[in-house]
Design a protein around this ligand. Structure first.
Ligand SMILES: Cc1cc2nc3c(=O)[nH]c(=O)nc-3n(C[C@H](O)[C@H](O)[C@H](O)COP(=O)(O)O)c2cc1C
Ligand SMILES: CCCCC(=O)C(=O)O
Length: 349
């Protein structure tokens, strides 16, 4: 059979393969899914205003983020439970990310322990995503595991003081991983798997504690308000990810790309600003970068690739997006992803 030739087709292929409860877990959002829809729709409303006669034979797509090089400005956003999508789970995703020469942010809720992900994918550039746990000693254990696995950054998710309310999961009664799968990073010293806890009282002090705990760069994920972006700069944060968690946390917040310009303006070039949410095409990547993002993350597209065809599927999703970015860049008359300015994008009035 012909391999899918777009992220959309990968989603259809994944849907056909997955248990409906698992598809809905991956696909769904919080509440009325207003934000989930908005993430993609907002990219559609932005028009590109290309330049002509300015291209390069081989446009520059590579970016360096916190010392890690990515061949294209498309990272693997952290998503949980990859073994629900494919038996090889995060190992397959990491191998594909390594082959595509991009950075994978491993979810704390991975179904393969971060050390085993690293061991399975030599050469992979991994960052580790953390939900601060109410037990500080356990949080520290997770940080040490990420360090030992060779992760290059700690991505602290700030948009989830509680888990978002997702009707699709309620409808299916999907609350736990099936027998045989678990969040492997959550084993304590005795090997017992702890449940992931959310921390309603998570605060800037937790970021300070993490800053004291590790020399890894800290990336704050889930920032939408410019005032929070400014505040983060005073807490030793090395990068920000503008994200609404793919519409899975607080519903009716703005689309990620709509919140991006305010955050970019607030940090004024002091730290890189990344974006995730709704990126499905190379043109979306260009729009985000024109509005000031240093790179983007993709969540569901990677899961669709994994569910459709394991490592090969993820590799193809990442390669497709890379090829689309290259194509769009050339059609926009730009030589490099570093040359894009806000004048490339016409915003609706
Ligand atoms: C199935 C799924 C699981 C996710 N798990 C996590 C997670 O464990 N940690 C986290 O910080 N974000 C998680 N996210 C949010 C993603 O990192 C990212 O913000 C979002 O998927 C981006 O939107 P996109 O799916 O439209 O690309 C998850 C998203 C999805 C769809
Ligand atoms: C306990 C795992 C949470 C994963 C997550 O962040 C999500 O489903 O959005």
């Amino acid at each position: 059979m012909r391999p899918p030739s777009s992220v959309r087709e990968f989603e259809a292929a994944a849907r056909a393969r997955l248990d409906p409860a698992h598809y809905d877990y991956f696909a769904g959002g919080a509440g009325e899914e207003v934000t989930l829809r908005a993430n993609e729709a907002a990219f559609g409303r932005l028009a590109l205003l290309p330049r002509v006669l300015g291209g390069a034979a081989k446009p520059e797509l590579g970016v360096t983020l916190l010392g890690d090089r990515a061949a294209a400005p498309v990272l693997v956003a952290p998503t949980a439970f990859h073994r629900l999508a494919h038996p090889e789970g995060e190992k397959a995703t990491a191998r594909a990310a390594a082959a595509a020469e991009t950075i994978m942010i491993v979810s704390m809720a991975s179904t393969v322990a971060v050390g085993d992900v690293a061991a399975a994918a030599p050469g992979a550039r991994l960052w580790f995503q953390l939900y601060v746990q109410p037990d500080p000693a356990f949080t520290e254990l997770l940080v040490r595991r990420a360090e030992e696995a060779g992760c290059g950054a700690l991505v602290v998710t700030a948009d989830s003081p509680v888990r978002g309310r997702r009707d699709r999961d309620e409808r299916h009664g999907f609350h736990d991983l099936p027998t045989g799968l678990c969040c492997e990073n959550m084993r304590d010293e005795t090997g017992r798997v702890r449940p992931i806890e959310f921390s309603p009282a998570i605060s800037w002090e937790h970021v300070d504690r993490l800053r004291d705990m590790t020399s890894l760069p800290i990336v704050l994920k889930g920032v939408l308000h410019p005032a929070d972006a400014r505040r983060a700069l005073g807490h030793g944060v090395s990068a920000l990810i503008v994200s609404n968690h793919g519409g899975r946390q607080l519903d009716t917040v703005p689309a990620a790309v709509e919140a991006l310009p305010g955050v970019v303006e607030a940090v004024a070039g002091t730290v890189p600003v990344l974006l995730d949410g709704g990126v499905r095409r190379g043109t979306d990547v260009l729009k985000a970068m024109a509005l000031g993002a240093s790179a983007v993350g993709v969540g569901r597209p990677v899961v669709w690739g994994l569910a459709a065809d394991g490592e090969r599927g993820v590799r193809r999703v990442l390669d497709l997006l890379r090829a689309e970015v290259e194509d769009a860049l050339t059609l926009c008359g730009a030589r490099s992803v570093h040359d894009l300015g806000a004048d490339l994008v016409l915003r609706p009035c």
